[in-house]
Write a protein that binds this ligand. Sequence first.
Ligand code: CA
Ligand code: CA
Length: 149
Amino acid sequence: MSVLAAEDFLSKEERQQVSAAIGAAENRTSGEIRVHLEDHIEDEVMDHAAFIFEELGMHRTRDRNGVLIYLSVVDRKIAVIGDAGINERVPDDFWNDVLALLKSHLAAGRRVEALTEAVQMVGEKLRDFFPLKRDDTDELSNEISFGGR
Ligand code: CA
Ligand code: CA
């Protein structure tokens, strides 16, 4: 086992920064963003992230506009998945652009920037297609979730 566990990937303060970035993004869109961290996975990352997406109930938002940013911290496997509502609206290369942003920050060791900037980028895109509605609720927690717990 590696010494780097998902829960040690960010400090408590950094986790709060990520949650705050999600909250700020969601103040301008009905879309919902989650960040999920795991230690290590054997599976193909997109398949696994799709499984986590379901497990977190992210397919149950009213407008089908949940977006999951997934990272296994040991393997540095990342995935960004949007639900049907947002996925059918963004250009095909948008998710790859978010992945590229994540990768470049992670390669330079900028963990919190990787996540907060990816959240901002996704938030801006969600805002374009799903502006905030008057009756908005926080459909999915803004806290980072961790695998296997
Ligand atoms: Ca919301
Ligand atoms: Ca939320």
